[in-house]
Design a binder for this molecule. Structure first.
Ligand code: PNW
Length: 472
């Protein structure tokens, strides 16, 4: 960025896209309406003990029935962009065959409603709600799921490809593979090392096939293609940490950026996992399929981990409380890593607040891959309550957002090419294994009345967007 840009203080360029993000299963509800088939989260959330209080997404924020009001809400906050995801089982109940017109109609209304209000649609094809019928045939451990994803992407390109501005194939494939098939704390709840690595590859393949299917069906000329990753950021605690961080980076980051952006699986990743697999599920030609040109890299960031190599004595620490990424999720050489409690302060997730790591991450990614970056998620859960007057005074969330917007601004000052920021989340919603107990929204949702109330942070964000500068 130029000196001219720096002189204006904490302002953002006119092209910078301020928005907010959600995901289908977390907000829509209407889980069996208009031909929607069951997803792996409908199944997983009903498994005893899988989700806090047995909460499900059956109703969620009832966004499916409150679409127009929610669109008005976005407009009232001045959002320039809205990142949503499409529920695959609304489009193909069992993951195959023609597109369900009622499912398509809902997303048509959403996209048209956004455009009518001057809000850019950023669509994610897969934010974790895999059709259960595909899981019954192996889910992401099965190659066929990636092929089915390509067909689904083609349907969506045909349906919305004249209007969606930014397409994202996958949200956080790290979570799908490592939390879904490794730690088993997300759907489908599998705990199997080989399954985890097969899932990594088939998610990558789905991304590549999805991009190609979109390119073949989309007609909007100024469209952009992307994937959203959640880079794993580890800080070291002693002189064994560099090796621990390298293993985390191989499995957590380069397992995706390698094939997607460089066309190869890193040699150290293959070596670190050699005891589990020879990666023979990577077929000839797969890497060419996965390695597709992208316009933007989506980055989700919340917090960091603290690691060192385990000396093999006593019980290995895995810091499930105060470490953002489950210590039990990592296979292969990463099983010899200890995840130590991070330093506070923490959000209500027990995740530490570390905006300096965010700044460095963005500078590093930008120089490493040379792609424009979009912050597709950043935000915080806090146990906020409405006061007697109905106002939600979430000063802690404002503080978190201010620190992280400042980090983005500083990263841009250091040369990182960052094109936008989608706050997680527009409204309180279904926080996966935590059900409705964690509130990430800048808008409060009353889960009894489903009423929406913009929190102080929403007003703060609206001011930021209006002034294109971080409020003092
Ligand atoms: C992301 N972890 O999920 C998702 O993209 C959102 O759907 C979610 O609501 C948000 O972040 C907040 O959690 C994650 O345990 C869930 O490391 C869990 C982890 C990371 C990201």
């Amino acid at each position: 960025m130029s000196d001219d840009y720096r002189q204006h203080g904490l302002t953002f360029p006119s092209s910078f896209l301020f928005g907010s993000a959600t995901a289908s299963y977390q907000i829509e509800g209407a889980a069996s309406e208009d031909g929607r088939g069951p997803s792996i989260w409908d199944t997983f959330s009903r498994k005893p003990g899988a989700v806090l209080h047995g909460h499900t997404g059956d109703v969620a924020c009832d966004h499916y029935h409150r679409l127009d009001d929610d669109l008005d809400l976005m407009q009232s906050l001045g959002l320039e962009a809205y990142r949503f995801s499409i529920a695959w089982p609304r489009i193909q109940a069992d993951g195959t065959g023609p597109a369900n017109p009622k499912g398509v109609a809902f997303y048509n209304r959403l996209v048209d409603g956004l455009l009518a209000r001057g809000i850019k649609p950023i669509a994610t094809l897969y934010h974790w709600d895999l059709p259960q019928a595909l899981e019954d045939q192996g889910g992401w451990t099965a190659r066929d799921t990636a092929l089915r994803f390509g067909d689904y992407a083609h349907h969506m390109g045909e349906a919305l490809g004249d209007r969606v501005a930014v397409w994202t194939t996958l949200n956080e494939p790290w979570c799908s593979a490592y939390l879904g098939y490794g730690a088993g704390v997300h759907a489908p709840g599998v705990t199997d090392r080989l399954a985890t690595l097969r899932a990594v590859h088939h998610l990558n393949l789905a991304h590549g096939l999805g991009i190609q299917a979109l390119r073949a069906s989309v007609t909007r000329p100024d469209v952009q293609y992307s994937a959203t990753l959640n880079p794993q950021v580890a800080r070291g605690v002693d002189d064994t940490a560099d090796e621990a961080i390298r293993r985390i980076d191989a499995l957590g980051n380069r397992a995706f950026t390698g094939p997607m952006l460089r066309g190869e699986y890193p040699a150290d990743l293959l070596a670190d996992t050699a005891a589990i697999t020879d990666w023979s599920f990577v077929l000839p030609g797969d890497l060419e399929q996965i390695h597709q040109p992208l316009d933007v890299l989506g980055v989700n960031y919340y917090s960091t981990m603290r690691v060192r190599l385990w000396d093999g004595v006593g019980e290995r620490q895995s810091a499930d409380g105060h470490g953002a990424s489950r210590g039990t999720a990592w296979p292969g050489a990463a099983e010899e890593i200890e995840f130590l409690p991070t330093d506070g302060p923490y959000t209500d997730m027990g995740w530490n607040i570390d905006p300096a790591a965010f700044e460095d991450l963005l500078v590093g990614l930008s120089s490493e891959y040379g792609l424009p970056l979009m912050i597709t998620e950043n935000g915080a859960a806090f146990p906020d309550e409405a006061d007697e007057d109905g106002r939600v005074r979430d000063a802690d969330r404002i503080d978190y957002l201010r620190q992280h917007f400042t980090a983005v601004h500083r990263a841009m000052g250091r040369g990182a090419d960052i094109v936008g920021y989608q706050v997680w989340s527009l409204m309180d919603n279904y926080e996966w294994a935590y059900g409705y107990t964690k509130r990430f929204g800048i808008v409060r949702v009353n889960y009894e009345t489903l009423e929406r109330t913009p929190k102080d942070s929403a007003h703060w964000y609206a001011q930021l967007i209006r002034e294109r500068a971080i409020p003092a």
